[in-house]
Design a protein. Sequence first.
Length: 402
Amino acid sequence: MKKLMMMALMIVASATAFAGDSDALKAILKSKTYAEAEQQLKANFNQLSNDQEKAEAYNKLVDLAMDDFNAEDNKRMLQQPFDSNAMYAAAYNALVNGMECNKYDQLPNAKGKIKPRYFEKNQERLKNARIAVINGGVEYANNQDNKRGYEYFLMYLNSAKDPLFANAEWIKADANIGLASYYAGRCAILNEEYGKATVALDEALNDTDAQIRDEAFGLRLYAMNRNQKTAADSAQYLIDMKDLMAKYPDNEKVFGALGDALLLQEKTDDLIALCNAHPGNPLSLVYKGMIAMNNKNYEEAIADFSNITPDHPSYLQVLYNRAICKLNVAGDFQEKHANKNTGAMTPDNEAKFKELLNDARVDFETVRQLDPDQENVRWVVLLRNIYYNLGDEAKYQELENM
């Protein structure tokens, strides 16, 4: 009797171990088109009996998506008419389902063992799908379809981080990650989705190409700034900017954006601390000069501004600020030494006053050369007044109608 009972238990166990596919999986595997299989999977997902069935179901979707992709791609290679939208969509779908397949394929089976069935095959065959996805992003972005452009560039980026691909040598050597990151961020900005842009641009900030890095920082800072809508957003912006500064302490664009934010929010102590922490950054002197200028410490501001060289991007604005400071020094001197009733000064003080005005004039005239049409700074009125006070009638009249 004991022997018969043991045999019966073995029969039951065997029946369980070799149970056939569930009806839900069978319905998915019988599907002839991607759309049909996708509908079946969505409708019957909860009826799939285990993780292995889920992996097999998603792999079926990969098969069908790759069939669609290869059909269009073959036409393309044979220079026959093909549907590029269908090809890109199939590549996108293949990647989505390949990554989902791998998620379940890597889970332990009923015996607690991990035996992936699809990992190597899908990693290899989806290479071309990834290439198609970034090409799709380029095509959509070029056609101003920035919504799909963003989605396709983002898929290219996210797939590179997915466990299905992350450890592949060809992923580690992928030179297009930074470029895809840059264009994903650009598309998101054009969609006015600034939060998405800041995330998408992460990889581009560390690209090996200096131009990509530089432009990506510009976009990232623009997106972060535009994402401010409330006082809470502005507070968070400062926190995020400080975090970015900690990651990229030598990046002058980041320093400048953080400095501008602190200056705008009148956080002078924080700005001074930032400048003191980065004494070698030319912008430290610019901001210290601006703080001194705002506090009417004009001589101190002039000294700081004088350390900025003509090759620095902010030189025009700095020179203009220095000119204003010099003009204010002259004005303060005049106010201090002029007769309260007549406004006249002694000959020595008059000569000193004109010397100070001439010093300001030199800076304003250089500003004029750099920005003749006043596209960046408004110099005409101030320079004209200097000419008036110096008694230079001809130059005063020259600027009268500007």
